[in-house]
Design a protein around this ligand. Structure first.
Ligand SMILES: NC(=O)c1ccc[n+]([C@@H]2O[C@H](COP(=O)([O-])OP(=O)(O)OC[C@H]3O[C@@H](n4cnc5c(N)ncnc54)[C@H](O)[C@@H]3O)[C@@H](O)[C@H]2O)c1
Length: 318
């Protein structure tokens, strides 16, 4: 379905990815409703579009939140979630509630209101540590190593079951690391903040040169989300979204330092946990096969290092 002049609901639309998506949907003359409890999202992220959207500040933990809002919607982009992979030992319920239960509430409301299309922000962490890299969408078995990855895989399963049981359609995106302006978590965001506090030295989680992962710029990510939905013909379409290369944490640190015009910064590697990873559940190598979305006519404009450079500049500028 072409995303022009449609009524679209975006959960988590005040967040990092959500707000960029909202800007693009508004640009394409869609009527956009954002539902967000602003736990990590911010109204200022919606500055560009706020006069053209309907903003509903509400918590999706409440099962009935969406029922009155969904009336007449053509599709739901479901992004509201807790996106943190790194959690403490007393936070094991976090992703069950914020991701799995939330997604169940969204699907139930859609079923009751006969809204048929859901586009879901999943993650490469559903693959765990695959022994095929780059990893294609049909890789299996999927053995996540973080509760975040496990919760997103459970969400994918729920979405698939609703599609087959209730005549719905879905597009599920397994994102690499998404980076860019308005991000409020992740390695580049952390580095910029640490270097602002102490420009001479920086603690880096893990063992040099750190994990190697694909990083996709937000402009590419949003383009892929819209293009994929407009062109996917599957009942449950699953697409990896990333770049075709990866970069390591040391290179990212160097790029961020250059962007902040800092020289000779003393990197203090912590050594990490479980054989050098940054934290429990951190995947060491992540690179995705993106032939599926390329076959629909989309490819990324920026490689990983370029995406990191753009993001560092955007975050430094504030
Ligand atoms: N950023 C990445 O690298 C990345 C990678 C893979 C997948 N994702 C997924 O993409 C989506 C967006 O991630 P993001 O990086 O923009 O994170 P984000 O934290 O900026 O966005 C999440 C949004 O959901 C809202 N939200 C959370 N719980 C809510 C609730 N109970 N009710 C209403 N709103 C709620 C938050 O306020 C926030 O605006 C998430 O589902 C995340 O898991 C992100």
């Amino acid at each position: 379905m072409e995303l022009i002049n449609k009524k679209i609901l975006v959960t988590g639309g005040a967040g990092f990815i959500g707000s960029h998506l909202v800007d693009k949907l508004v640009d394409q003359e869609n009527q956009v409703i954002v539902v967000d409890n602003l736990v990590s999202g911010k109204m200022e992220f919606l500055q560009e579009s706020q006069e053209k959207i309907e903003m509903v500040k509400a918590d999706l933990q409440n099962a009935d939140t969406l029922l009155p809002i969904l009336e007449g919607c053509d599709a739901v982009f479901h992004l509201a979630a807790n996106p943190q992979v790194k959690i403490t030992d007393d936070e094991t319920r976090l992703h069950i509630d914020s991701n799995i239960i939330l997604t169940y509430h969204v699907l139930e409301a859609m079923r009751k209101k006969s809204v048929k299309d859901i586009i879901f922000a999943s993650t490469s962490t559903v693959y765990g540590e695959p022994n095929v890299v780059p990893t294609p969408e049909d890789y299996g078995p999927l053995i996540p190593i973080s509760l975040y990855g496990a919760s997103k895989l459970a969400c994918e399963a729920l979405i698939s079951a609703y599609c087959y049981s209730y005549g719905m359609h879905s597009v599920i995106y397994r994102f690499a690391n998404v980076i860019g302006s308005r991000s409020t978590h992740g390695v580049i965001y952390d580095f910029v903040n640490k270097l602002r506090a102490t420009p001479n030295s920086m603690e880096i989680l893990g063992r040099e040169p750190g994990t190697r992962k694909s990083y996709i710029h937000i402009s590419d990510c949003v383009g892929a989300m819209i293009h994929g939905y407009e062109h996917s013909k599957e009942k449950v379409g699953i697409y990896n979204i990333g770049t075709e290369d990866y970069t390591d944490v040391k290179t990212i640190a160097d790029i961020v330092c250059r962007s902040m015009e800092l020289e000779d910064v003393d990197y203090k590697w912590t050594g990490g946990v479980d054989d050098g990873r940054g934290w429990k559940g951190d995947v060491r190598i992540m690179l995705l096969v993106i032939e599926g979305i390329k076959a629909l006519g989309w490819k990324p404009k920026h490689k990983s290092d370029k995406a990191v450079e753009l993001t560092a500049r955007e975050l430094v500028k504030g």
